[in-house]
Write a protein that binds this ligand. Structure first.
Ligand code: GLC
Length: 556
């Protein structure tokens, strides 16, 4: 495998709206991010992914872009952004932007012009189709619920939106659209961004006939991803995109890809793949309900372990995955993946250990490093997220009570990860001197950066050690390139693996059960590189792990 500049890096996702507000408007900003670069450097971060900061009406929190060349004034100015690039560079850090190009905002100039004349030049930037017998062109359900077609008042036309109706899909069959997008991407790369996190990209290939499918729900609709599954050829679009943009700059790209077709991994993230890497969503997908959040299932440890090892093995000779426990679209990992008895600091460190030391790029999400948790909202009005409101509605329509529907939101809502970053125990967790745009998790007095910075055994200080271990001169090579070999698969509730390369070996052991567990093996002579507890019980032929204990052993 040819080495690439990003292989041994650690990344961190910032959700700018909730990171740090310096002007008291209740919304995080670029100046806030700049002021925390040293914090991130000290944590061990090299690459920062910013969720969208472009001009946007914020119907879907910036994933609806109305001008790709402007910074939204909520976040600051282009000068602030340039300062961020400079300051990051000084610290040898990389800024990665979010690239949302499956769709734009309905307020984008292209769409405004298209609405005036769906049959004209800009109409062809989107998908306008005539309705059938007074109905939409097909029976697709948008990802956020409801029909994926919206009628254009006063015409026979509907336009396609796979997400919210304010997010019209761009027509990737139109060379003019591609030219506009490539020019824009290269403009940002010329400015000095190191790459992109690429949003919802699998959706760009459509079947222009937009055939209906068998309904899959009581609403008579079928998920729009049925259409995505039914078409081939996304690879050609992705290759063209790469060749005209990223490749020319040796840029880093990490793709958000669901529903990739079988056997396409090599084309996506192989040596000459469309992207540098893509997120491993296999654990996230375990919780998908058949119809929505209201019938999603709690994740079982056995499944959690199985799917991670499957991804690790599948990718081994192909490329790198990006490993996460949470992001801005998911509930907090500690609530989702840890059994109840493990929802404490030892458990948070244990989950961090097994995730960060996997083969692939570790991506931390803001607040993960201090063990931020899901936030209970008292009513649906306390939620902001468009997807949460859609799922809540579907839950009520399926017959759940308000309390039950809120519980489904508590377990699954994207707002769980979007509550403001908890910096200290002052008002609003030190996030803002104004009124935060979204509720602050009331647990901020106990869980915050300030308290954890000053305490050697905190989750934060443990994450620093984890990331430092990946960069330690003696272990960098094996922890970057070494295979991930599952161990103790017969032991339930034990997450264990070795990272191996040539004659080098690091062993990671974690006990997810609520009982002490004895694992046979010769550990006594190995150096202990990390231990999330003070002690460890070793004998010449075994190790005993306490509940929630995670230990990393080095070379003999
Ligand atoms: C991606 C983003 C998500 C957004 C959606 C539509 O899944 O991560 O936040 O709502 O795309 O852009």
């Amino acid at each position: 495998m040819n080495k690439k500049w990003w292989h041994d890096k650690a990344a961190y996702q910032i959700y700018p709206k909730s990171f740090l507000d310096t002007n008291g408007d209740g919304i995080g900003d670029l100046k806030g991010i700049i002021s925390k670069l040293d914090y991130l450097k000290d944590l061990g971060i090299d690459i920062i992914w910013l969720s969208p900061i472009y001009q946007s009406p914020f119907v879907d929190q910036g994933y609806d872009i109305s001008d790709y060349y402007k910074i939204d004034e909520k976040f600051g100015t282009m000068d602030d952004f340039d300062t961020l690039l400079d300051e990051a560079k000084k610290r040898d850090m990389h800024i990665v932007m979010d690239l949302v190009i499956n769709h734009c905002s309905d307020k984008h100039e292209w769409f405004q012009k298209a609405l005036q004349d769906p049959e004209g030049e800009y109409g062809d930037y989107f998908y306008f189709r005539k309705g059938k017998n007074g109905n939409p062109p097909s029976n697709y359900r948008a990802y956020f619920g409801g029909s994926a077609w919206e009628k254009v008042e006063g015409t026979d036309y509907y336009y396609l939106h796979m997400f919210a109706k304010q997010q019209p899909d761009l027509n990737w069959n139109n060379p003019k659209v591609l030219k506009e997008l490539y020019t824009m991407i290269n403009w940002w790369l010329n400015k000095g961004v190191s790459g992109f996190r690429i949003d919802a990209i699998i959706n760009i290939k459509k079947d222009p006939e937009f055939k209906s499918f068998e309904p899959d729900g009581p609403d008579g609709l079928t998920s729009v991803c049925r259409m995505v599954d039914s078409v081939d050829g996304v690879g050609e679009l992705l290759e063209d995109l790469k060749k005209n943009t990223f490749e020319k700059y040796d840029a880093f790209t990490v793709a958000e890809v669901f529903n990739m077709k079988k056997d396409e991994l090599i084309e996506f993230v192989g040596e000459n793949g469309h992207f540098s890497t893509m997120f491993d969503f296999s654990t996230h997908q375990l919780s998908f309900g058949e119809h929505g959040w209201y019938d999603s299932k709690p994740i079982q440890f056995e499944d959690f372990r199985r799917v991670i090892f499957h991804s690790q093995t599948e990718c081994l000779d192909i490329g790198f995955l990006a490993n996460i426990i949470e992001n801005h679209d998911e509930p907090r990992g500690v609530n989702r993946y840890l059994p109840k008895h493990a929802r404490n600091e030892a458990g948070f460190k244990m989950l961090g250990t097994v995730s960060v030391l996997l083969r692939g790029l570790p991506f931390l999400y803001q607040g993960q490093e201090i063990g931020m948790q899901n936030c209970r909202m008292n009513s649906i009005d306390e939620y902001d997220d468009i997807n949460t409101k859609g799922e809540y509605k579907m839950a009520l329509e399926a017959g759940l009570s308000d309390r039950e529907a809120l519980e489904a939101c508590y377990e699954n809502s994207r707002d769980n990860a979007r509550t403001p970053m908890q910096w200290d125990d002052s008002a609003n967790a030190g996030f803002s001197s104004g009124t935060p745009w979204l509720k602050v998790n009331p647990n901020y007095k106990d869980i915050n950066v300030k308290e954890q910075s000053g305490r050697p055994d905190s989750v934060l200080n443990y994450y620093k050690k984890l990331l430092a271990l990946r960069k330690n001169d003696s272990y960098r090579e094996v922890l970057t390139y070494g295979a991930c070999i599952p161990m103790y698969l017969d032991e339930d509730n034990i997450f264990a693996y070795a990272r191996e390369k040539d004659n080098h070996k690091v062993i990671v052991l974690a006990n997810f059960s609520d009982k002490p567990r004895v694992l046979n093996g010769d550990f006594a002579n190995r150096p202990i590189l990390l231990n999330n507890m003070e002690n460890i019980t070793l004998s010449p032929s075994s190790v005993t792990l306490m509940p929630c204990q995670a230990v990393v052993f080095g070379e003999i």
